[in-house]
Write a protein that binds this ligand. Structure first.
Ligand SMILES: Cc1cc2nc3c(=O)[nH]c(=O)nc-3n(C[C@H](O)[C@H](O)[C@H](O)COP(=O)(O)O)c2cc1C
Length: 200
């Protein structure tokens, strides 16, 4: 895989562009080669939710591909990677992956990740869910994807929105075996979660 491990990062048009941004920044800190695919709708939500431009988002990644470029490296299973994180993942993108009707590079790369039995983590962002959403998520879980809606962990005692986002991103990176420093861990960093033996 070359010197550095690779992770494919999809950013779709669900609310929460900040999750994709922080994931790319974390991967840079960790020395992981990031391969970004942002959808057209992601560029729109990025504009509504952050001060970052689409070009600024691409600058956070080591490699960036057009969402229509189904000939890009992540479209093939022979392109080795740790897997793929989609943060945030829209209902539209999630549903496309579930059906296998992959119309662009995000869903194609996700389909390839599943067929190669690599880790696929979907930060699905919608609320509330209707039965169709829940059924689609069940189907994806059965296919091997990890469904990880970005829900905050209050036991981590977040003091800001940034803390909440980082904890979620850190827990998503855990699923790829990547240990990002800001991640707060029960039984380690969090005093209330320490076992009596660890307090000594
Ligand atoms: C500001 C904004 C917020 C949105 N939030 C969500 C959301 O949380 N979840 C979702 O599934 N779609 C959301 N959408 C709609 C998606 O962007 C839309 O369904 C789009 O077609 C998704 O395309 P993509 O999957 O190719 O990114 C939002 C759109 C906008 C403009």
């Amino acid at each position: 895989m070359g010197d550095k491990p690779r992770l494919i990062v999809g950013v779709s048009g669900a609310s929460g562009s900040v999750y994709g941004i922080r994931a790319l920044q974390a991967l840079r800190e960790l020395g992981v080669d990031s391969h970004l695919i942002a959808s057209k709708a992601a560029e729109m939500t990025l504009g509504y939710e952050t001060d970052l431009t689409p070009a600024g988002l691409k600058d956070l990644a080591d490699h960036a591909y057009k969402p229509s470029d189904v000939g890009a490296p992540p479209a093939s299973g022979s392109f080795r990677s740790l897997g793929m994180l989609i943060a945030p993942c829209s209902v539209r993108t999630m549903s496309e992956i579930a059906t296998g009707v992959t119309s662009g590079l995000i869903s194609r790369a996700a389909d390839v990740t599943l067929k190669e039995r690599r880790r696929l983590v979907l930060m699905v962002r919608e609320t509330p869910f209707h039965l169709g959403h829940l059924r689609t998520m069940t189907q994806l879980a059965e296919m091997g994807a990890v469904i990880m809606p970005p829900l905050p962990a209050f036991y981590a005692k977040p003091e800001s929105l940034a803390d909440m986002v980082d904890q979620t991103v850190g827990r998503a990176l855990d699923l790829f075996g990547l240990d990002w420093k800001p991640t707060r861990r029960w039984g380690e960093d969090l005093e209330s979660g320490r076992r009596p033996s660890a307090r000594r």
